[in-house]
Design a protein around this ligand. Sequence first.
Ligand code: FAD
Length: 193
Amino acid sequence: MPERRQVSKTPSCVDWKLVHREPLPTWITPSGRTCLLGDAAHPFLPTSIQGCSQAIEDGCALATCLALSHADPTISPHQTVPTALRTYERLRYERVKEAQKGGAKVRDMWHKVDWTKVRQNPELIKLPRADWLMLHDCERSVRRLWRHASVEGTPLKREWLAAGPESDETLYRPEFPPTPVLTPKEELDRRLQ
Ligand SMILES: Cc1cc2nc3c(=O)[nH]c(=O)nc-3n(C[C@H](O)[C@H](O)[C@H](O)COP(=O)(O)OP(=O)(O)OC[C@H]3O[C@@H](n4cnc5c(N)ncnc54)[C@H](O)[C@@H]3O)c2cc1C
């Protein structure tokens, strides 16, 4: 077996535990002034190949929510940050949870391989690259959903959240015009008016 020959030439191996943790019930403090993002909010199994991607999406979504919240004249100044953080969590939570579950599915697929079947059909152990996961534009999605998601209690349909194959093109319909993010200069002008 080539694998055995390779391992026999390795002077030492690291027993790197893959520690699993269930999704946290929330990423934000009760006051809504502090939040988690990236691995601190949602550790991923390496088989998801998504930890970094989702951390970057979190950062982008959070920054977009903060910009939109600051620019929204209907939100009082002391509610700007809590509204942004709660909306960030509402828009990200289900998607990230589904991506985490995908890592467990791939782990099971790769760790319980029936090599006889795989030799006949190598597709059986191919890493899935679903469009809902790989082609999501998180900034555009936040900007389109902001008006719905920033109002607490407004229902959000699951298919809007890019949280599985049922994600649809709803976000590109006219009822979701993108909320523009102001440039820093436009924002300053708005405040000085
Ligand atoms: C071997 C390996 C392969 C991977 N491959 C992929 C991949 O192919 N695709 C993918 O999307 N993801 C991959 N990941 C996952 C990805 O690296 C992580 O999900 C990502 O780095 C998480 O980013 P983060 O900013 O949340 O956390 P981190 O990158 O862990 O950043 C946290 C930072 O905080 C610092 N820190 C910690 N405590 C303190 C403190 N008290 N004060 C100040 N600073 C502190 C740390 O030093 C660190 O720099 C892989 C991970 C590993 C280990």
